[in-house]
Design a protein around this ligand. Structure first.
Ligand code: GLN
Length: 177
């Protein structure tokens, strides 16, 4: 997605690699594993520092969990990087077989609704004063949030080729640079 949009994208697994980037996408996957590995490989503290310094970060699904200040239904001892003033509940829609797709109006991205794919997705249980909701389901549950240079979605835009979130992220990277 990032390369298609003209960015120079590299994987970040080590602190030296983090030092070389101006923005970060934390993808979907498994937040409990991301948490353990980022602490084991000494990436968690540098990541927290970069987030505090204002680096633009976009988290999708597990990435949203990593960015949230509070995780609900985490495993014992699960930590997050934090930054987003939200509480996020893991696996809030059920298990893998409860994965689903739906259209969501997101006026901030334009008139065209977002076709969103939810895979063992979290929901944003509560949005603190510093964060704001970008997108909500028809039942009112929040699934996309933003706070300054931080953005998170419960769903995976990259799966459907929805480019507007990554464009918005890259706008933030350009503005920060
Ligand atoms: N359920 C996963 C977690 O808790 C997230 C799933 C995903 O990223 N698609 O981290």
């Amino acid at each position: 997605m990032l390369t298609e949009l003209g960015a120079d994208a590299v994987p970040v697994r080590r602190e030296s690699e983090l030092d070389s980037v101006e923005g970060l996408v934390i993808p979907g996957g498994e937040s409990t594993v991301m948490d353990k590995l980022s602490r084991t490989f000494g990436l968690a503290e540098p990541l927290k520092q970069r987030i505090a310094d204002g680096m633009p970060v976009y988290g999708t699904c597990a990435g949203l969990i990593m960015l949230s200040d509070t995780v609900l239904d985490g495993i014992a001892g699960q930590q997050t990087l934090g930054g987003l003033d939200v509480a996020v509940r893991r696996n809030a829609f059920g298990t893998q077989v409860d994965s689903f797709e739906t259209d969501i109006d997101m006026p901030v991205l334009g008139d065209e609704p977002v076709h969103a794919v939810f895979i063992r997705a979290p929901i944003v249980d509560s949005v603190g004063d510093r964060a704001s909701a970008l997108g909500v389901l028809s039942d009112g549950r929040v699934v996309a949030v933003e706070q300054g240079n931080l953005m998170g979605t419960s769903f995976h835009p990259e799966i459907t080729g929805e480019i507007r979130f990554h464009e918005r992220f890259l706008d933030k990277v350009r503005a920060a640079g």
